[in-house]
Design a protein around this ligand. Structure first.
Ligand SMILES: [Zn+2]
Length: 282
């Protein structure tokens, strides 16, 4: 899942499909990753009906949102009935709701958010896209039901590692491998508009939030700028790619066949703005 380049058109990666990829429509009320409970992942959730009261509450709460992530959180808080073992999520105090949200993975929150959208409106999303092959710009309709979703089967599936092409120096010695885990929802919730739009700031933030170990210190490691600044370009991109490939959840993109030249490309869904729910105002 790529969160940042929703303005860019992405090429279709050939080896993207793995055994853990499912189709959004088939998962329904099952979280792609789930909440870790010992050796298991608890994956169930349910939604309340979206009505005008909900719409008014979200609209009011939205005014206090400082980040796009906080807006997504407000949608979840107002629309979710239960998550995992928290059966009374809807009736909890906001502080307790935040406590539950903090235990969710980024991809799980987007999975619920997309289901709220489907439940409230429908699965179709209109967008305009420019073909990377012939440059023809046209209107298209994407289908959220057809999104690919990466799923995890056990808690350890949330972990990954990246071997550096060019090792870096740290006080404790030479680092050649980083261990990371999937980002938690609070990562996106706290991501400022500036960090969301600036590629370098975004990378530094996601590296710091997900890397927890190295070959020298497998646990309890925090990446510092003096180490991160030594990454060469290929390692910076390779590490980001490894972390993003490891995020469970919907890929938030539609496959588009250019109306003019038939070239096939991926177009990211624009989750950041109100137009994800805009059919309401039509
Ligand atoms: Zn084209």
């Amino acid at each position: 899942m790529k969160l940042q380049d929703s303005q860019n058109i992405l090429p279709i990666e050939e080896n993207e499909e793995t055994q853990s990829v499912k189709i959004f429509k088939d998962l329904k009320d099952e979280l792609p990753t789930g909440i870790t409970e010992g050796e298991h992942l608890v994956k169930n959730f349910s939604l309340n009906e979206w009505n005008f009261g909900v719409e008014k509450r979200i609209s009011k709460a939205r005014q206090d949102c400082k980040t796009q992530g906080q807006y997504v959180s407000q949608v979840i808080k107002n629309c979710v009935k239960s998550i995992g073992k928290v059966e009374d999520f809807a009736s909890l105090e906001e502080k307790e709701q935040n406590f539950t949200l903090a235990k969710l993975q980024v991809g799980d929150v987007f999975h619920i958010y997309c289901w709220v959208r489907v439940d409230a409106i429908d699965e179709k999303v209109e967008f305009n896209a420019q073909c990377p092959s012939c440059n023809n710009a046209d209107d298209y309709i994407g289908n959220l039901f057809e999104m690919e979703v990466r799923t995890k089967q056990k808690p350890s599936d949330q972990n990954g590692e990246y071997k550096l092409i060019k090792p870096v120096k740290a006080k404790e010695g030479e680092i050649d491998t980083f261990y990371f885990h999937s980002p938690m929802w609070t990562f996106v919730e706290n991501l400022s508009q500036k960090e969301l739009l600036d590629p370098a700031l975004y990378k530094e933030k996601i590296f710091q939030q997900t890397i927890h170990g190295t070959n020298l210190r497998p646990e309890g490691y925090f990446l510092t700028p003096d180490v991160a600044d030594q990454f060469n370009k290929r390692d910076t991109d390779g590490l980001l790619d490894a972390i993003e490939q490891n995020i469970g959840g919907p890929l938030l993109q539609a496959k588009v066949d250019c109306k003019q030249c038939r070239y096939r490309f991926n177009m990211p869904f624009e989750w950041r703005y109100d137009n994800f729910f805009s059919s309401f105002s039509k």
